[in-house]
Design a protein around this ligand. Structure first.
Ligand code: HEM
Ligand code: HEM
Length: 154
C-alpha cells in the first residue's frame, strides 16, 4: 500500500479510537455531572468533525455509490452513516435547547421545554445502538488494523 494511504488509515484508526472514548465520556452525564457533560459535548465536535473530514472523499462519492450496483452491505453502510449524522444533529440541537450550564454561562436565556428534554433523552438513547451497528459494519477492518498496530506493521 502506498505511504500516504497507509498513513491515512493509521490516522483514521487513532482518531476513531479518540472519537469512541470521547463519545463514551459525553454519554454519561450521570457520572460526569451535567455542566461537564455540556462543555465536553462542545469539545466532542472536534473529533467528530475530524471523523467526517477524514472521510470527505467517501462523502463526495456516496451519492453515486448508493445509486450504483455496489454491494448491499456498502449501500446499507452509506444510508446508515447519513441516518447517524441526522440523529447526531438531533442530539446536539436538543442538547442546546435544554442547556442549564453552557448557554446560561454565555448569557443566553432559554425556556426549557419538556418536549426537547424528551427528544434529547430519546435521541441520545437511540444513537448508542446505532453507533454499535456502525462499528459492527467495519468490525473486520477494526480487528485487522488492531492486529497490525499491535505487531507494529501499520
Ligand atoms: C462514536 C462515534 C463513531 C465512531 C467510534 C465511529 C467509528 C468509525 C469506524 C471505526 C469507521 C471505519 C474505519 C474508518 O474508515 O475510519 C467509521 C467509518 C465511517 N464513519 Fe464513523 N464513527 C462514529 C460516528 C459516526 C457518525 C455520527 C457519522 C456520521 C456522519 C460517521 C460517518 C462515518 C463514515 C462516512 C465512515 C466511512 C465509511 C466507509 O469508509 O465505508 N461516523 N466510523
Ligand atoms: C454527543 C452529544 C451528546 C450526547 C451523546 C448526549 C447524551 C446525553 C445523555 C445520554 C443524557 C442523559 C439523558 C437522560 O437520561 O435523560 C443527557 C442529558 C443531558 N444533556 Fe446531553 N448529550 C449530548 C450533547 C449535549 C449538549 C451539546 C448539551 C447542551 C449544551 C446537552 C445537555 C444535556 C442536559 C442539560 C442533560 C440533562 C437532562 C436532564 O437531566 O433532564 N447534551 N445527554
Amino acid at each position: 500500500m502506498s505511504d500516504w494511504k497507509q498513513n491515512l488509515q493509521k490516522t483514521r484508526y487513532v482518531m476513531d479510537g479518540l472519537l469512541l472514548i470521547s463519545f463514551m465520556l459525553v454519554s454519561a452525564p450521570q457520572s460526569t455531572g451535567v455542566p461537564l457533560h455540556e462543555w465536553g459535548s462542545l469539545l466532542f465536535v472536534v473529533p467528530f468533525a475530524i471523523h467526517i473530514l477524514l472521510h470527505w472523499d467517501w462523502i463526495k462519492s456516496s451519492y453515486r455509490r448508493v445509486s450504483s450496483k455496489a454491494p448491499m452491505k456498502e449501500k446499507f453502510g452509506i444510508v446508515w452513516a447519513y441516518l447517524l449524522y441526522l440523529v447526531m444533529l438531533l442530539v446536539f440541537v436538543s442538547g442546546f435547547l435544554i442547556s442549564i450550564a453552557l448557554l446560561p454561562a454565555l448569557n443566553i436565556d432559554i425556556q426549557i421545554q419538556d418536549f426537547w428534554s424528551k427528544i434529547h433523552h430519546d435521541s441520545a438513547t437511540l444513537i448508542m445502538p446505532m453507533i454499535g451497528i456502525h462499528l459492527a459494519l467495519y468490525w473486520k477492518w477494526i480487528v485487522k488494523f488492531t492486529q497490525r498496530m499491535k505487531e507494529n506493521r501499520a
